[in-house]
Every structure is written in structure tokens, then in C-alpha cells.
Design a binder for this molecule. Structure first.
Ligand SMILES: *Cc1c(COP(=O)(O)O)cnc(C)c1O
Length: 492
């Protein structure tokens, strides 16, 4: 408080002493900001900062002075106003879509963008974005091509299907299929499979919107072959099986095996379609993961069409994939909604690069990021946690917190393999005493508010950071972010 005369000045004098917009614009500190953010951005930030300080000054009533006046005088100095301007510029320049470190323990987290992709895939997507590409151009003939052809052969090779097409996501794939093949006609589904995926995707609603009439058969826990065959009528267009990917019915249950459903459908010359959801293209059991049905199995079992997501277990960009009989795929492609639901070049480039990795199942778990994360051994994650832990012990003690390693269970996520858990390891931050408990909650908030937010989960008054998805190249950033958050905890 060296500036005593200003501090003691009446509020109106303080208001009048604020630097003007023009003097701030031409201030030496502001010049690099013009180059970096643009003059309009700077002007906006200056105006907002000045408005906010004026409001603060006006809110101070006389009895609060002179203490409040002294601190306001400091805030009204050119330097601190410019600090405020800089903070505003930086905040506005932050992208809205923020990179985060996912330590939630859910590998395919829908709210965190599901599959993280391998370098080969990212490279292909960046290339497609940067340069013109033969998206719908047949380089052999010089004529117009079809964008689906970029991935159709690969999809057929990997699933045993005759033909394939790609749309924006699997919800769109199911919608398009129903609209193209069951409009104003009936689709028969077991009551045990009328699922909600979350985010307002409910099979009955999708059916209705697609113009398909839903015929429910069987009960929640048991559906038999005769339930399907006796429901078939002149109005039937499809028999459908929905993979109940996000829940499991256990106990006294029965469902009709795919080959049997297929033969019932085929005996009536009807297509049998399967919505698989997760859609891994390989047998996950070979990597020690719980088995999940593949499109190849569904097709071998007699399915005429199969739909699945590109960004769940498949490990690629968001997309919905339809594979199956050529005549049915043709019909779907001709539907005008296909044009509305189609994917762009960046998605196709990423999908193609992802599918190519599946040609070698031996290198797949190393190269496909999702599979690498899912197959990380618990012992390796545990060792990572133990190596990181010691450096936090001392700073945590200063804020009444402690950390330990604990065996936890990761989830696959995105409705895949709902009951299965993957053994993993976590750093668990706990409070010592009452102050400590509060600090656990604060630590979670500070980590979430970091430049690169670190996301874990609060459970039983502890913050659990499951390290399964902490990749080697993020580890340094995670460490510095966490230390920073702990430091701020002691500062507050
Ligand atoms: C996830 C899922 C969907 C929706 O797929 P999106 O790619 O999220 O649109 C549809 N059906 C099933 C069975 C699913 O698991």
C-alpha cells in the first residue's frame, strides 16, 4: 500500500483515475496480444475488465472505506488491469472441446469421446483433412465413385459379409435399416431386448420414428422360437435381435439362438437383422478379455444384416456400420436418408486406417489403442501407481491428505460387456480428519479445473484415480497437474 494518497481518495476520484481504453490499447504489454489474439479480442477484453472494476468500485459503500478503497486502488492500477485483460484473453482462447486425462476407470467413456485412436489412424484423419482426396472419385476411370467403397472391401473381409455401408453412428445405422426395410411394416423383437442405450436411444422410439411397427414378443426374461413364428404375418418385414449390451438378465432366462431365429425368418423369406452395438471384429477371448459376439459370428449364424458402432470396441472414429446381404445394403444405400446420415472424409479415413490394423491380429493389441488399454495387465498398472505415489506423500501431508495404491475394477464402458470388470489399480486420495475430507472434494474440483483436466471418481469420501487409461505420454502432464492442484490446495 505504497500509494496512500490514491487509497485515501474518494471513490469518484478512483473511478476518474482508471486508465482509458486507448492508453491500454497502446500499452507496451498489450502489443504482443494484438499479434496473438487480434485487436478486436483485446479491445473486448479491455472493455470487460474496465467495466468489472468500475462495478466493484461503485459497490463499495462509504463505511467500508478506507480498507476496501485501498485494495480497489491496487486493483485499479494499470498493471493489475492488464493482468485481468490477459486472463480474459487466455480464458477466451481456450478451446471449448478440452483434452482431458481419463482416470475414471471407464475405457470407452461416451461422455469423454469413447475410443482414443492410434497414431496411424490420427495421421490418416489429419491427411484427409489437410489435402484433397479421392473421396468419391474412381482414379481408375476418372469417373465418380462411391465413398462407401473406401471401406467396403475391408469390412467384407473382416466380417464375411457381401456388402457394407457406413453412416454417422450406430443409432443412425439402426434407424436407416428400419426405415429402408420396415417402413409401415412390422419388425418383431423380443421384449427382453427393448433396451435403452442412454442419451435417448430407445429401441421402441427409434422404431416409431423410422416408421416401423414394433411387434413385441415373449417376456422380459424368456422368449421362445414359437413366440417369433406365431407373430409373423403378412405385415412382417423383419425379425430383429438387439444385443443387450448394457445390461444382463440373469437367472431363469431364455432367448432364441441366432441360427434358429435366422431359419424362422428365412422360412418366411424375411430378413433377420442383428444390432450388435459394440461390434468388435475379433474374438476378444484370445487376448484374455471377456468374449463379445462379432459381426462375423452373427453373419455365420444367418444374420442378413448386422449393425455396430465404429467407436466402441472397434476402436475407431464415431460411425455406424451396416454389413450383410448385397441386395439389402443396396436398398439401404438408395434410401434418401442415407445421404443425410452419411459420414465425411475424415471419418472414412480414420475408419479405413483402423480396419487395416485388424488384418494382423498379432500386432492388434499393441497397435489398436483401445485394445491396448483394455488388455493392460493389472500388475503393470499397479507398478505404475506405486512408482508415482511417493512424490505426493509429503505435499499431501501438508493438506491433511494421504495417498495409497489400491486394486480396483475398470469398466469397458459404452454398454460393452456390462457385467465384466477388468482388474486394475488406482491411486486413492483420502482425507485425514475433517479438514482432510473437505480437501478430498476440493482436490477433485481442482484437478477437474486444471488446464488439462484430470477426471477421477469420488467414492466413499475418497478420490479414486484408476490408472488403466494413463498412457505413457500423458504421465508427465498428469504428475505436474496433480502436484499443482495439491499446491493450490495448501495455498487456499
Ligand atoms: C451403443 C449402441 C447403440 C448406439 O450406437 P451409437 O454408435 O452410440 O449411436 C445401438 N445399439 C446398441 C445395442 C448399442 O450398444
Amino acid at each position: 500500500m505504497k500509494d496512500i494518497p490514491v487509497a485515501r481518495a474518494p471513490l469518484s476520484v478512483l473511478l476518474a483515475s482508471l486508465p482509458g481504453v486507448d492508453s491500454l490499447l497502446i500499452h507496451a504489454r498489450a502489443q504482443p496480444w494484438i499479434a496473438h489474439y487480434g485487436r478486436d479480442e483485446l479491445l473486448g477484453a479491455i472493455r470487460l475488465t474496465l467495466t468489472s472494476i468500475r462495478e466493484q468500485i461503485k459497490q463499495v459503500t462509504e463505511p467500508q472505506a478506507p480498507l476496501a478503497q485501498a485494495s480497489l486502488a491496487a486493483a485499479a492500477s494499470t498493471d493489475s488491469i492488464l493482468d485481468g485483460v490477459e486472463r480474459r484473453l487466455i480464458a477466451r482462447a481456450q478451446p471449448n472441446l478440452r483434452r482431458v486425462i481419463n482416470l475414471t476407470g471407464t475405457v470407452l467413456h461416451t461422455n469423454l469421446g469413447r475410443a482414443v485412436m492410434p497414431p496411424e489412424v490420427i495421421q490418416a484423419m489429419a491427411q484427409a483433412a489437410a489435402d484433397p482426396c479421392a473421396l468419391e472419385y474412381d482414379l481408375g476411370t476418372g469417373k465418380r465413385g462411391d465413398r462407401d467403397e473406401l471401406v467396403e472391401d475391408l469390412l467384407c473381409e473382416l466380417t464375411g459379409a457381401q456388402a457394407a455401408t457406413v453412416v454417422n453412428n450406430n443409432a443412425a445405422a439402426v434407424f436407416l435399416l428400419l426405415h429402408a426395410l420396415s417402413n409401415r411394416q412390422e419388425t418383431i423383437v423380443s421384449r427382453g431386448e427393448l433396451i435403452e442405450i442412454g442419451g435417448a436411444f430407445r429401441i421402441p422410439d427409434i422404431m416409431k420414428r423410422a416408421g416401423a411397427r414394433l411387434v413385441e414378443v415373449g417376456t422380459t426374461n424368456r422368449t421362445h422360437a414359437h413366440d417369433f413364428s406365431s407373430a409373423i404375418s403378412q405385415k412382417t418385414a423383419l425379425l430383429m435381435k438387439v444385443h443387450t449390451s448394457n445390461y444382463a438378465v440373469q437367472g431363469f432366462t431364455a432367448s432364441v439362438p441366432e441360427p434358429e431365429l435366422a431359419s424362422i425368418a428365412h422360412a418366411h423369406s424375411l430378413p433377420f437383422v442383428v444390432d450388435l452395438g459394440a461390434g468388435t471384429l475379433v474374438d476378444l477371448a484370445q487376448y484374455g478379455l471377456p468374449a463379445e459376439p462379432t459381426p462375423r459370428q452373427a453373419i455365420a449364424n444367418g444374420a442378413d444384416l448386422v449393425t455396430f458402432s465404429g467407436d466402441k470396441l472397434l476402436g475407431g472414429p464415431q460411425a455406424g456400420i451396416l454389413v450383410g446381404r448385397r441386395d439389402l445394403i443396396q436398398k439401404i444405400r438408395k434410401n434418401p436418408l442415407k445421404r443425410i446420415l452419411r459420414v465425411g472424409k475424415v471419418t472414412l479415413a480414420g475408419l479405413e486406417a483402423t480396419l487395416r490394423l485388424y488384418r494382423d491380429p498379432v500386432t492388434l493389441p499393441r497397435k489398436l489403442t483401445v485394445l491396448r488399454l483394455l488388455t493392460r495387465p493389472a500388475a503393470e498398472i499397479q507398478a505404475q501407481a506405486e512408482a508415482l505415489m511417493p512424490q505426493w506423500v509429503a505435499p499431501l501431508a501438508r493438506v491433511a491428505l494421504r495417498v495409497r495404491c489400491q486394486a480396483v475394477q475398470s469398466q469397458i464402458g459404452s454398454g460393452s460387456l456390462p457385467v465384466e470388470r477388468l482388474p486394475s489399480a488406482a491411486l486413492v486420495f483420502e482425507g485425514v480428519g475433517r479438514a482432510g475430507e473437505k480437501n478430498v472434494v476440493r482436490l477433485e474440483q481442482l484437478l477437474r479445473a486444471s488446464d488439462t483436466p484430470v477426471l477421477g471418481r469420488l467414492q466413499d469420501k475418497a478420490l479414486i484415480l484408476d490408472l488403466r487409461c494413463l498412457q505413457a505420454d500423458q504421465q508427465g502432464l498428469f504428475v505436474s497437474t496433480a502436484l499443482n492442484a495439491i499446491e493450490r490446495l495448501s495455498g487456499s
